[in-house]
Write a protein that binds this ligand. Structure first.
Ligand code: DGJ
Length: 306
């Protein structure tokens, strides 16, 4: 897709890696490190029918269109049913950030039981972006449930965990400690009682923005964006950022990440999943570029952006 300012793969079409295999990186996020993009996501190409997920995959690219398979960098486990990564468990929405102080790559993800009652967040660490990642365990952040989540790293390295909590009714934003291995205990509650999930956070001109979906399982719904002067709030909702046909269903997708294009300040890519609940392996990727207008607005459109 030619957008006038960035070339992306065709939204909704099967996306293939450099070997011609379908890319398995659902609920994913992208890390730019050393001039290379690393895309992490759920590998749903399960060979055993009862397995939820094969693990977390990594793909790398220099241009966001040609993706090299770096393998399953955090596999699920088959020999220990008490393990968080046991193959019947839920492992969703993995995100990776780089800790400049420790030199570690930190993967943070939603860990759950098949009934989604375990509601925790898991941590894994690696010395290289493309793994392997060592899983260290999961927590309930500040004692609270954590389901759909993301991680946001600020310019100064301060990082935050953003997650649906309290039966998914309210989101929390919690500070990560400097080593990204625990939480500081400082957190805020946002969108109280609004049932938001699938958070994706980005920053522009000193303000923080968050796109979320509603809470309707695998079915799509209307997205919402919000703004704050601090990650710890207060957050002010701004309505639906999507415009055009099917905007009220987020073009039949659900948000997973917003990628800031570092060389093009003010330009971003909205990354979303078009889920196929009966065949999650074949869920599609919808990446739509958007730009801030001079008066600080965004419009996410299916059409190419000129
Ligand atoms: C919506 C979430 O955003 C997905 O990540 C997944 O947990 C589904 N719900 C499960 O129904």
């Amino acid at each position: 897709m030619s957008t006038g300012f960035i070339h992306l793969l065709e939204p909704g079409e099967p996306w293939l890696d450099s070997k011609g295999e379908m890319i398995q990186a659902h609920g994913g996020g992208v890390l730019l490190h050393g001039g290379r993009y690393y895309w992490f996501g759920e590998n749903r190409d399960v060979s055993r029918k009862e397995a939820k997920v094969l693990g977390v995959s990594c793909y790398s690219s220099t241009d966001l269109t040609h993706w090299q398979d770096e393998g399953v960098v955090l596999p699920t486990v088959y020999d220990n049913q008490d393990h968080d990564l046991y193959f019947t468990q839920v492992v969703e929405r993995p995100k990776v950030i780089y800790n400049h102080r420790s030199g570690e790559f930190v993967m943070i993800m939603h860990i759950d039981s098949p009934d989604y009652k375990y509601a925790r967040v898991g941590f894994a660490f690696s010395q290289a972006p493309d793994g392997p990642y060592q899983y260290v365990g999961s927590i309930r952040p500040n004692g609270a449930e954590s389901r759909d989540m993301t991680v946001f790293q600020d310019d100064d390295g301060k990082s935050y965990l953003i997650y649906s909590s309290e039966g998914n009714a309210t989101m929390h934003v919690a500070e990560l400690s400097d080593d990204y291995r625990s939480l500081t205990g400082v957190y805020c509650r946002i969108f109280e009682g609004q049932y938001r999930e699938a958070p994706a956070v980005f920053k522009y001109e000193s303000k923080y923005y968050m796109i979320t979906s509603g809470c309707t399982g695998w079915k799509s719904n209307e997205a919402q964006w919000a703004v704050a002067d601090s990650m710890l709030g207060p957050w002010r909702t701004l309505g639906n950022p999507c415009v055009g046909p099917d905007a009220e269903k987020t073009f039949y997708t659900q948000s997973t990440f917003v990628l800031a294009l570092e060389e093009r300040p003010g330009s971003f890519v909205f990354m979303a999943d078009r889920w196929k609940p009966d065949n999650l392996r074949d869920s599609r990727y919808i990446w739509l570029p958007f730009k801030f207008t001079e008066d600080g607005q965004i419009e996410i459109r299916w059409e190419t952006y000129e």
